[in-house]
Design a binder for this molecule. Structure first.
Ligand SMILES: Cc1ncc(C[n+]2csc(CCOP(=O)(O)OP(=O)(O)O)c2C)c(N)n1
Length: 188
């Protein structure tokens, strides 16, 4: 099995020129632990909507690659979002769902993927043109690179261990992140 932090580390250098949106909680803290950049936005509170925000940005900025780091619990709250992603199918959006089969950030309650629900299958049935499920670091790195080059909306479901950082509070405040990110988007 793969750790999400190792997966993030492996692809981190490829995020330099991309626009990155993450869900709140563990993945946001892990990405910040590797190194925050002004082109990264950590969507607090609005659980499930990182892919919807990524969709809006991808449509508004078709010449920039957008990467969304989502979670299984989060996307399970916004399954209809897959149908909207598929309807507009931006070619510049790579949607990564880190599937640890749990709501790790609020204590680890198991989600529906722990009882067999297949998020890549749901995405494909909604009409997402490229979907992949990966279970190890090599597979993730390869598929992420391929998705960044594909020029086609891709959802990658990365099965990861249900482990995260010891704390989720970072020293970057939501408003600071919001203004910095907005400014970066205007300038790039
Ligand atoms: C509408 C709403 N419900 C619940 C929460 C509380 N909440 C914050 S993070 C989280 C779990 C996220 O789970 P997942 O997307 O699987 O990511 P993980 O924490 O496992 O990395 C929950 C339930 C919230 N922020 N908003």
């Amino acid at each position: 099995m793969m750790r999400r932090l190792d997966a993030l580390n492996a692809i981190y250098p490829r995020l330099d020129d991309a626009i990155v949106v993450t869900i709140m909680g563990a993945v946001a803290a892990e990405l910040q632990s590797i190194g925050h950049k002004p082109n990264f936005f950590y969507l607090q509170h609005a659980m499930g909507l990182a892919s919807s925000m990524g969709l809006g940005i991808a449509l508004a900025k078709p010449d920039r690659q957008v990467v969304v780091f989502d979670g299984d619990g989060s996307i399970l709250m916004n399954l209809g979002g897959f149908t909207t992603l598929a309807r507009y199918r931006p070619r510049n959006l790579v949607h990564v769902v880190f599937d640890n089969e749990s709501l790790l950030s609020v204590g680890g309650f198991p989600t529906a993927t722990s009882t067999g629900s297949d998020l890549a299958g749901i995405a494909a049935a909604a009409g997402v043109p490229r979907t992949r499920t990966v279970r190890d670091l090599d597979g993730f790195t390869t598929e992420f690179g391929a998705a960044m080059r594909a020029g086609e909306l891709t959802t990658i479901v990365a099965k990861v261990e249900a482990i995260g950082p010891s704390g989720y509070v970072t020293d970057l405040a939501l408003l600071e992140n919001r203004f910095e990110f907005q400014k970066w988007l205007r300038q790039h």
